[in-house]
Design a protein around this ligand. Sequence first.
Ligand code: PEP
Ligand code: MN
Length: 372
Amino acid sequence: MGLLYPFDIYLCTMSFFTEKGKPFIIAGPCSAESAEQVHEVAKALQPMQVHLFRAGVWKPRTRPGSFEGMGEAALQWLKEIKKAYNLAVTIEVATPVHIELALKYDIDVLWLGARTTVNPFMVQRLADTLKGVNIPVMIKNPVNPDVDLWQGAIERIAGAGITDIAAIHRGFSTYNAASAYRNQPNWPIPIELKRRLPDMPIICDPSHITGNSALVADIAQKAMDMGFEGLMIETHPNPALALSDAAQQITPAALQQLLANMPVRTGDNAEPGRGMELEQLRQVMDGVDAEIIDMLARRMELSEKIGYLKKECNMPAYQPERWNEIVATRGNRADQAGISREFILELYEKIHHHSISKQLEILQGLLKAVKS
Ligand code: PEP
Ligand code: MN
């Protein structure tokens, strides 16, 4: 199948961003650098199943003095490649003027960058500018790991009457020099967004998550394995010479290889009987979860009793030796049971913290004994 043009997609009942059984692929350079560069990339993408060509025209740079994009001139180049290659194009918009110019040059899809999503005032101004405009919009997660802020930006854009909306997961910034990633993937956040907005497609941007071209394929695969609807991958003819994000861009040839070698979990091997099997396993799991919760309730009862005893003995809630002992013994038990020690200790940190909070309430006389 060739490249899709938005008009064809509007005729389908599905969202602009979904094509049954196939990931929605967005590719193109971090920044549109020259007419030649965008032509070269668009031409190289022709044999691939790319739905949308991306390029930054105004770049939100962390420090002044770095390349800030080619501005309006680049919009003309995008208009040209759109015609020449029958390719829908998307750019980042960060101000109302960007939106007006994007519409003037027939840009097909807009996206809000991470540094915009973080600012509800600006998102609202962009939403106000979009009132009465019929254009698909993608909303990147905010730089900080805040699912409410991300959802809020989506709601503001939806409130302007935009119906085709996708979220882009591009990772979250942390001050962690040791991390392998430029932005932490923090998967539970997009998973929670999907729980809240199940019909909204989520596209993963492994380029900005990794910040490293060598790790892009791995994160792209992870996103597909988790059921994300698409990928946005920065693609440059000569990444080493890119004017922005040189370390994370891949060549069109590398993109072609990545897409060809990437299994997509479409669920198309699910014969009728398998659904029943899945349902049965889930029922057993529901039972196990109920047992886990009942056991935790029993543990909390014990913890409260211990809290009252500590109060009578005038002891503090927290005993470091006891916590050390829990870490050692539960860690060993995890090893014996063949379950990740790290996971169990993370869980116990939460359980222990909850116990201590309850015992603090008891010591402070805030919790009345129900049974003791
Ligand atoms: C980009 O896509 O080039 C970009 C600036 O992304 P983000 O908003 O995710 O940093
Ligand atoms: Mn970039």
